[in-house]
Design a binder for this molecule. Sequence first.
Ligand SMILES: NC(=O)c1ccc[n+]([C@@H]2O[C@H](COP(=O)([O-])OP(=O)(O)OC[C@H]3O[C@@H](n4cnc5c(N)ncnc54)[C@H](O)[C@@H]3O)[C@@H](O)[C@H]2O)c1
Length: 326
Amino acid sequence: MKILVTGGAGFIGSCFIRHMLTKHNDYKIINLDALTYAGNIENLDDIKDNKNYTFIHGNICDKKLVRDIVAETDCIINFAAESHVDRSITGPEIFIETNVAGTLNLLQAAKELGIQRFLQVSTDEVYGSLGKDGYFYETTPLAPNSPYSASKASADLLVRAYFETYKLPVLNTRCSNNYGPYQYPEKLIPFFISKLLKNEKVPVYGDGLNVRDWLFVYDHCSAIDTVLHKGKEGEIYNIGGHNEKTNLEITKLILNAMGKDESSIQYVKDRLGHDRRYAICNDKIQSELGWSPSLTFEEGIKLTIDWYLNNQDWMQHIEDKKAGLV
Ligand SMILES: NC(=O)c1ccc[n+]([C@@H]2O[C@H](COP(=O)([O-])OP(=O)(O)OC[C@H]3O[C@@H](n4cnc5c(N)ncnc54)[C@H](O)[C@@H]3O)[C@@H](O)[C@H]2O)c1
């Protein structure tokens, strides 16, 4: 099986490629990544010489390049995206270009050239925000609130349309917040760790009581592998670990692990349109496909914090790149 993974130099895509090369040693993986500010090819240094792995530096919006690659491919897993909500609030255009037009370009190539499976990696954010109770189900209406989640919801709708109209064999996964090694340090957990390592305060939005449902990145990747092999064409699968935590709880956990106290917290003005609560019901993937998370939140968060503390060179290298020093 030859699989095109887009956005494989990012946080989740790189974890997925490592997972697939380890678990399926007869699969060939092509990683197509534009290496935006969030892409880091060094995330895959350990497997770069694997004979089943090929890296192509390019953009999912590039029609000719995508067609050339898809012509040689059995399946596509689309991770490539602009993924940071705050950036989408200040500059939404690139989110539409990559997340919507880029997905359309992949779908069109898949339709024209034929493909066994097209898996779109999406997010629980497409469902909008929950009140105090309840869960997001696969049937929950889409109600995105940020330009990021609107662009992901738009891509999901295109994926659905290619199934309904052209019978393209698509699958759509919607996962909750991921955490784990190699996450770009603009996202909450690595961002806060990097601030604390510099003895700076961590900025907590609003009252800190926004709730996110956290899943360890390895478990997200094993879920995508499961959906790719066992999922039913045209279906959506929610992925989550039932780990609802407020941002303040996560912050206190990190402070504690790093020997700091709450004086290191700085409350800042809330994010515009900040969704209050996300919580995923993952009954469908558990009961129909037999997937469940392998790690508890306590195990995963310990592994994660330890990884960042033991890989400060990785974080420093990103800071140096940002500052134009390398
Ligand atoms: N991080 C989360 O908590 C989370 C949760 C659910 C779903 N998702 C989804 O998973 C996917 C991966 O998220 P992530 O956190 O790894 O993101 P990331 O920002 O770490 O990585 C995105 C990758 O896509 C690449 N990319 C961006 N634009 C591209 C383009 N035009 N062409 C080719 N490559 C391009 C980047 O270089 C980068 O390597 C995204 O689609 C995101 O919406 C993320």
